[in-house]
Design a protein around this ligand. Structure first.
Ligand SMILES: Nc1ncnc2c1ncn2[C@@H]1O[C@H](COP(=O)(O)OP(=O)(O)OP(=O)(O)O)[C@@H](O)[C@H]1O
Length: 327
């Protein structure tokens, strides 16, 4: 169990983590999601005592990390897969870690086997690929057979087989009753792996809920519409809480309304519809909606230009977003 209360980290004027309170429960995989710079790594570093909070507290299995007499048996962490002595072999790296924590060679061999490193265990870590480095990091985290695992971007650099392996491994470990907290940028992967999701943006918690709830919030709220009278329809539908995004000439996606309402509005104004499709929500959609105001590094998308909306009835092009306009 990980419990954070009012956890805050400032680096000079920059607030990396801003008064966050959350609990990561045992027996579940909890995903930690957020855009670049959201504060995920800083939070994880504070959990394992590598960064000191400016304010607030965080405990693992009931105590601050530093107060555990044998922390490796309590918490296994993968924070920076490259932070390994590159001249050593994987086996010797694990053996050195084990020796300082009273862990025997048998456990070293066990974690090497669990992480599929058998054939490369005697090779120098300096020559490892990113994926092999990740596996070694996970082996190190598992070494003390800890009750709590913290993995920062564990699937980063892994091939598809490796991604599935991490998924099965963390689900197995949570199934044994352990606390598993992992960060990722891969929303689709998180939907398959995690039971519960904590989303952060600009150092603050944006959502803390079961995966099903987060996906459920996004489900059915977007409708894809195709019509030769796209602009007229957008004007008709505009209103508080309605967001319209143009996807191509004559088609747009509308959030905040229903297929029924759009169909009736179109019929009332005698506007022809070529398509009216509720778009099933995904974790990706939910995540994008949650974090849209928290992304520090935006990319541009030329495909979403308002001019792409057309109306064959001769009206002017509608704006791509009409949030808050009058219905
Ligand atoms: N040592 C530091 N000194 C100054 N600023 C820092 C330091 N470490 C992190 N930051 C800043 O704090 C913010 C949060 O960074 P952090 O690495 O925790 O985010 P993240 O969610 O892990 O991002 P990413 O997914 O890109 O790794 C960023 O704006 C980052 O630039």
């Amino acid at each position: 169990m990980i419990e954070a209360h009012g956890l805050t980290k400032r680096y000079g004027p920059k607030t990396a983590v801003d008064d966050v309170t959350f609990t990561v429960h045992p027996g579940k995989v909890t995903g930690f999601l957020g855009p670049n710079g959201a504060g995920k790594s800083t939070t994880m570093r504070m959990i394992v005592g590598l960064d000191r909070p400016t304010h607030g507290t965080v405990t693992v299995n009931g105590r601050p990390y530093a107060q555990h007499r044998s922390p490796l048996h309590e918490v296994g962490a993968l924070l920076d897969a490259k932070a390994v002595h590159t001249g050593r072999s994987a086996y010797n790296h694990l053996l050195a870690m084990a020796a300082t924590h009273g862990i025997g060679k048998a456990r070293v061999r066990e974690v090497i086997e669990m992480t599929g490193l058998d054939t490369v265990a005697k090779k120098r870590v300096g020559g490892f690929s990113l994926g092999m480095g990740q596996r070694l990091g996970i082996a190190s985290a598992l070494l003390g057979d800890p009750r709590t695992l913290i993995l920062d971007e564990p699937v980063n650099g892994l091939d598809p087989e490796g991604v599935v392996w991490v998924r099965n491994l963390v689900r197995y470990l949570a199934g044994e009753g352990r606390t598993v907290f992992l960060s990722s940028h891969l929303m689709s992967e998180m939907a398959l792996t995690a039971d519960h999701i904590i989303v952060v943006g600009r150092g603050r918690i944006l959502a803390d809920a079961p995966v099903a709830d987060i996906v459920g919030r996004a489900a059915g709220t977007t409708v894809r519409v195709r019509s030769p009278h796209a602009t007229r329809l957008v004007e008709l539908m505009a209103g508080p809480g309605i967001t319209v995004t143009s996807t191509a000439p004559e088609s747009f996606e509308i959030t905040g309304s229903t297929a029924e309402a759009i169909g009736e509005a179109a019929a009332g104004a005698q506007l022809v519809l070529h398509e009216l499709t509720p778009v099933k929500g995904s974790l990706e959609d939910a995540y994008m909606a949650l974090t849209q105001d928290s992304v520090e590094y935006h990319s541009t998308d030329a495909g979403l230009h308002p001019d792409h909306l057309s109306d064959h009835s001769g009206a002017h092009a509608a704006p791509s977003s009409t949030e808050g306009a009058h219905r």
